[in-house]
Design a protein around this ligand. Structure first.
Ligand SMILES: [Zn+2]
Length: 196
C-alpha cells in the first residue's frame, strides 16, 4: 500500500445511507456496506494524519500528528520510542504504512461513531531475542519493523481485522487477544480460530 499515491481514490460512489454505521462495531458482515473515510473524502490522504496510540505494556499514550504534508520526523521518532519494548534498549524505525493504517482505521471509527478512539499496541519491533521469547515466527515481520500487534478500543477484534484487511496492505492475522498487521507483501489473512 502506498496511500500517498491515492491508490484507493476514485472507485467509490458514496451512498449516504451507508454512513449509518454503528453496525460496523458489532457485525463483520455489515462492514461490507460501510464506506471507508478514504472513499468518502477525496483528499483523505492529503489531510493531517493524527493518531492516538498507547503502549499496552507501559500504558503510555500519545496523540501525535505524524504526517502534515510530509512525514514529521520528530513525531515518527516519538512513536517508535513509545512502542519500543520496555526491555529493549532503543527504539527502531518502523514501516510508516503501519501508522497510516492506524490513522485510517481510527478515522473510520470516528466517522462511524462520532467519537475518537485509541489503538493499543501489544507488540511492535522485536529484537531476535524478544521474538524468540514470545514464540514469533523466525522470519517474523516484527523483526524488520514491518508489523504491529494490537487492537482498536471499542471495536471487536474480528471487526478490526476486517477493517485492516480491507486495505489489502499486507498480512492480517486474527488472534484471541489482538490483531496482527504487517505491510510490504501481497495481502494475506489468517486466523488462529481457523476461519480465514
Ligand atoms: Zn504480530
Amino acid at each position: 500500500m502506498n496511500p500517498s499515491r491515492r491508490r484507493f481514490l476514485g472507485h467509490t460512489v458514496l451512498l449516504p445511507s451507508a454512513l449509518s454505521f454503528p453496525a460496523l462495531l458489532t457485525s463483520r458482515k455489515s462492514l461490507a456496506s460501510v464506506v471507508r473515510p478514504d472513499q468518502v473524502e477525496p483528499d483523505f490522504w492529503q489531510q493531517r494524519r493524527v493518531i492516538q496510540v498507547r503502549n499496552a505494556g507501559s500504558g503510555v499514550r500519545r496523540e501525535l500528528c505524524f504526517w502534515d504534508g510530509s512525514y514529521q520526523e520528530p513525531a515518527c521518532q516519538e512513536i517508535f520510542q513509545l512502542l519500543a519494548d520496555q526491555r529493549d534498549r532503543s527504539a527502531q524505525p518502523m514501516a510508516l504504512d503501519l501508522f497510516n493504517l492506524i490513522y485510517a482505521t481510527q478515522r473510520w471509527y470516528s466517522l462511524a461513531t462520532g467519537k475518537s478512539t485509541w489503538t493499543d499496541i501489544h507488540s511492535a519491533y522485536r529484537t531476535l531475542e524478544r521474538n524468540a521469547r514470545v514464540g514469533g515466527a523466525p522470519d517474523s515481520f516484527h523483526l524488520r519493523g514491518a508489523a504491529l500487534d494490537g487492537r482498536l478500543e471499542g471495536v471487536s477484534l474480528g471487526v478490526y481485522a476486517a477493517m485492516l484487511k480491507s486495505y489489502g496492505a499486507g498480512g492480517v492475522g486474527l488472534y484471541p487477544q489482538h490483531v496482527h498487521w504487517d505491510v510490504g507483501r501481497p495481502a494475506v489473512f489468517w486466523s488462529s480460530f481457523g476461519v480465514a
